[in-house]
Design a protein around this ligand. Structure first.
Ligand code: C2E
Ligand code: CA
Ligand code: CA
Ligand code: CA
Length: 277
């Protein structure tokens, strides 16, 4: 039995070191990608559910590898978190989206809203709010056009300081959305204690709408909760007309998803936007 055990241990440790090597390789590539500007942002429209009018966009991070593959953010953001790259990448996202926002504002889209994702590590960084202020100034954008998407995870164990920071950010004129709501642990109590502007209905709940074939479910609960707390609700991952219809009936005001538009690189997004009239 001992021999067998040792054998297995060896097997596992080789396996682990393979995973570790793979991680290090990816991390090295990510650093290189960051400095070689192989990260870019794709912009996905956010629309008025009733009229289809474009209200803004969410900036979504993309990594284009040297051999032309595109690595989705879910795969490399956790890696960045472990490696100290979160803050520099986050700052790059803020500035890149900020410049794009300014570019659009100068072309007449002066009420357009740009939403960016902020990870909890970035949000908790003491320098985050000053960096926000600098980016607003340097990009010459109006704070009212900027929105931060935060997940409940920012508040875990830090509810008071998080609430205070959100207040500080909102007092600058920037709006805040609660992202992926309902997928975490302490949703209800967190939402009540944090003062946000918008509530994002997670894609998993939007998907359920057509799968279940009826209109009840978590999406409806989240939307009515939003109403009670006086928040604007926006549904993500809207793919079907039937979902749009049901969401509207539930009182959801805004939407985002393939039904309206996919995430697009800046130039494509601008062309798409111009075609919306
Ligand atoms: P998220 O914030 O929940 O973003 C929405 C995700 O849903 C995006 O995936 C988007 O492409 C996808 N999506 C939108 N509409 C549809 C639809 O109709 N159908 C389907 N199947 N998917 C749809 P993406 O771009 O792969 O991003 C994944 C996650 O990575 C994001 O989830 C967000 O948590 C994170 N992320 C993206 N960009 C950034 C960033 O700049 N900073 C940080 N910290 N996180 C980011
Ligand atoms: Ca988001
Ligand atoms: Ca989301
Ligand atoms: Ca989501």
């Amino acid at each position: 039995a001992k021999v067998l055990k040792r054998g297995r241990a060896t097997f596992f440790s080789e396996d682990l070191s393979l995973a570790a090597r793979e991680r290090i390789r990816m991390l090295t590539e990510l650093r290189a990608a960051f400095s070689a500007e192989r990260l870019f942002l794709a912009y996905q429209p956010q629309v008025d559910l009733k009229t289809g009018r474009v209200l803004g966009a969410e900036a979504l991070l993309r990594w284009k590898t040297e051999d032309g593959r595109s690595i989705p953010p879910d795969q490399f953001i956790p890696l960045a978190e472990q490696s100290g790259l979160t803050v520099p990448i986050g700052e790059w996202v803020l500035r890149t989206a900020g410049r794009q926002l300014k570019h659009l504002a100068d072309r007449g889209y002066d009420r357009f809203r740009m939403a960016i994702n902020v990870s909890h590590t970035q949000f908790r960084e003491p320098g985050f709010v000053p960096a926000l202020g600098r980016a607003l100034r340097d990009c010459a954008i109006s704070p009212q056009q900027l929105e931060l998407e935060l997940t409940e995870s920012v508040a875990i164990g830090h509810i008071d300081s998080t609430a205070a920071k959100i207040q500080e950010i909102r007092s600058m004129g920037i709006t805040v959305a609660m992202d992926d709501f309902g997928t975490g642990y302490s949703s209800l109590s967190v939402l009540k204690q944090l003062n946000v502007d918008r509530l994002k209905v997670d894609r998993s709940f939007v998907q359920e709408i057509t799968e279940r074939g009826d209109a009840t479910g978590i999406a409806e609960l989240v939307i009515s909760l939003g109403h009670q707390l006086n928040l604007v609700t926006i549904a993500e991952g809207v793919e079907a007309e039937e979902q749009r219809r049901q969401l509207l009936r539930m009182g959801c005001q805004e939407g985002q998803g393939f039904l309206f538009g996919r995430p697009m690189p800046a130039a494509d997004f601008e062309r798409w936007l111009a075609g919306q009239g």
